[in-house]
Design a protein around this ligand. Structure first.
Ligand code: MG
Length: 376
């Protein structure tokens, strides 16, 4: 029996509420107080453990209650009792066992890969095809309705070597967006700016509001209108000088196929919480590039465990060339859940080299922040 022929004997879950440092507004909704995630632990018969995180957002991907139930009730019987080596078969079985719940499937695949990596002594990026890059440029999103607080944060980011920010627009009036872009260009010229509307614009105003932002020539303009407005996305893409990025319009490879066919964007934000796993995220990125588009490493309101999974995916996916936004563990959560800090230095994520995801969650923190769980 090879080591990977071990049976998966345990699945434990924690639903956590993690306090955050400030309110944040986005086109589709706000976050205040805390964000909720699910942490999953798989245990193999030899005692090895693998961890994964589901990071839902109710207005975007789904609810924490649904992600928890998907894992606890519907996916558990398809995982416990299977072999560690059966990762691809397990993920295929889980894909159709419960509709949607892509965050739950991402957590499961992360935990399977972490477990496989820890048993085999390989980092997750090695299991995903090998290393394309050892560091990933980090973008930090600015979404505080009190812009003075974001200016304070910008000073800290500049000191830390961060050179990419993404301004969340479209949650207030056009003047507020233009004022903030002018301040960024004038006061922080060394920092590159991306813009994300998070679907916040109505069809009747989208052309004018996007044109305003386009005049600042940001690196890209992300998802100005609702996810299902493919026609309008294509019109905006044809109009803008800056590249247009699709985020909410593209979850998995199936959406990506339609997005490429209908030419709705110049690039796509790839998120494991949307695609339903790391492998499907890689597929989205490869389809994008094969169709002449670019790919960016997006995320949800995540803790460090999900950041690690995303970092390993991007490390092994040369097509994801626009950096990443794994900033919440460092700049947004009051306290992250990992045993040691999510690795960021000089404005970049440092890809871990240790087996599995490289860092474990701190079990005491999981118990401290748990609001529901099967492991207590
Ligand atoms: Mg976005």
């Amino acid at each position: 029996m090879t080591d990977l022929a071990q049976t998966i004997t345990g699945m434990d879950l924690w639903r956590l509420a993690l306090p955050v440092v400030s309110r944040r507004d986005h086109g589709i909704g706000s976050v205040e107080g805390s964000c909720e995630i699910i942490v999953l632990r798989l245990t193999a018969e030899g005692g090895a453990e693998g961890f994964g995180e589901a990071s839902p957002w109710s207005v975007f991907t789904g609810t924490p209650e649904a992600a928890y139930a998907a894992l606890n009730r519907y996916l558990r019987p398809l995982v416990v009792g299977r072999k560690v080596s059966d990762r691809a078969a397990i993920m295929e079985d889980c894909r159709y066992a419960v509709a949607h719940c892509t965050e739950a499937k991402a957590a499961l695949e992360s935990a399977l890969l972490d477990l496989e990596g820890r048993i085999s002594g390989l980092p997750v990026w090695a299991l995903l095809g090998g290393l394309a890059r050892a560091t990933i440029p980090l973008s930090v999103s600015l979404a505080n309705p009190d812009f003075d607080q974001d200016v304070e944060l910008l000073g800290r980011l500049r000191d830390d070597g961060v050179r990419l920010v993404k301004l969340k627009t479209g949650f207030s009036d056009a003047a507020f967006d233009v004022m903030r872009l002018e301040r960024l260009r004038n006061d922080f010229p060394e920092i590159s700016v991306r813009v994300d509307f998070n679907q916040g614009l109505q069809p009747g105003e989208a052309m004018v509001r996007v044109r305003d932002v386009d005049s600042f020539a940001p690196d890209f303009i992300e998802q100005p209108v609702r996810a299902h407005h493919f026609d309008l996305m294509a019109e905006l893409r044809a109009m803008t000088k800056s590249p247009l990025l699709a985020d909410e319009s593209v979850f998995g490879p199936e959406d990506m196929a339609r997005a490429a066919k209908e030419k709705i964007a110049d690039g796509v934000s790839v998120k494991i919480m949307k695609s339903g796993g790391l492998i499907r995220g890689q597929t989205v990125a490869r389809m994008a590039v094969a169709n002449g588009m670019t790919a960016y490493g997006g995320d949800m309101f995540e803790a460090g465990l999900a950041h690690l999974a995303g970092a390993h995916m991007i490390a092994a996916t040369p097509e994801i060339s626009l950096g990443c936004e794994f900033y919440q563990a460092t700049y947004y959560l009051r306290e992250d859940i990992l045993e040691s800090p999510f690795p960021v230095a000089n404005g970049a994520v440092i890809v871990p080299e240790r087996p599995g995801l490289g860092i474990r969650p701190d079990l005491a923190k999981l118990d401290h922040y748990a609001v529901e769980g099967s492991a207590q």
